[in-house]
Design a protein around this ligand. Structure first.
Ligand SMILES: [Zn+2]
Length: 240
């Protein structure tokens, strides 16, 4: 009897040890799996950011080209958005009052420069998130149909407003129209502050957008000067 009992005790001990070993293996397996998932996730995230910058960046510069061909991914959000310190039309949403730090500073100088020439410019729409673009696009399809939406509204990721480097300017009271004093001032002076009129008249086939005298894009003074002097679109500049 005594011997059987002690044998059973030995078996129990062995089983317990085996159970504990299994538990340990399970724990190690869990940690390894968690590590693999974390590493893969971090790698994919890093990769998606790199591919966004890689595809859109104009060679030899920090300037990003965004249009209906070179679109931004839904995960793209500029890192240094700040509230632009200029007057906005009351229609502007909170999100639209933001730009990247450099663009915001340059735009304030532009607006101050215009004021010195007696031209009052206000802000209407700056940063536009992917989500906002998607809402706007879907709303237009619903109300005006697919054909209209494709012609007049940027598909989500296809608006350079997502870069936080573009601003739709306005007058003191509302929209800037073709040939108005504000449009004339912008066309003649924006480059001095590092901005270009992004969608020029007669270049619709290249930019994919109709003429927008109110839409300025920050590219830095040197590039803006060259684009202004050579009457280029950003697409043409990218190919040079
Ligand atoms: Zn715009």
């Amino acid at each position: 009897m005594g011997e059987i009992q002690s044998q059973r005790a030995k078996q129990n001990k062995a089983m317990l040890a085996k159970k504990q070993k299994n538990k340990r293996i399970k724990r190690v397996r869990f940690i390894i799996t968690a590590l693999i998932i974390f590493t893969a996730g971090a790698y994919m995230f890093r990769n998606s950011n790199e591919s966004i910058l890689g595809e859109n960046r104009i060679e030899g510069s920090n300037i990003m080209l965004v249009n209906k061909t070179y679109m931004l991914e839904d995960s793209f959000v500029p890192k240094d958005l700040v509230r632009v310190d200029i007057d906005f039309l009351p229609d502007a949403t909170e999100e639209e009052r933001y730009m990247t730090q450099k663009a915001a500073g340059a735009l304030k100088e532009l607006v101050n420069g215009a004021a010195k020439d007696g031209v009052i410019l206000t802000g209407l729409s700056g940063y536009r998130s992917y989500e906002t673009q998607r809402t706007l696009y879907n709303y237009n399809i619903e109300v005006n149909g697919q054909t209209y939406a494709d012609k007049y509204v940027a598909p989500p990721g296809g608006s350079e407003h997502q870069l936080g480097e573009a601003m739709d300017l306005a007058t003191e009271l509302g929209w800037i129209t073709e040939g108005c004093p504000e449009a004339q001032w912008i066309a003649a002076n924006a480059h001095k502050y590092g901005f270009i009129v992004r969608y020029e008249s007669g270049k619709e086939d290249i930019t994919g957008y109709n003429y927008e005298p109110w839409h300025v894009r920050y590219v830095g003074k040197q590039t803006a000067q060259r684009i202004y002097e050579e009457s280029l679109t950003l697409e043409e500049y990218a190919e040079k």
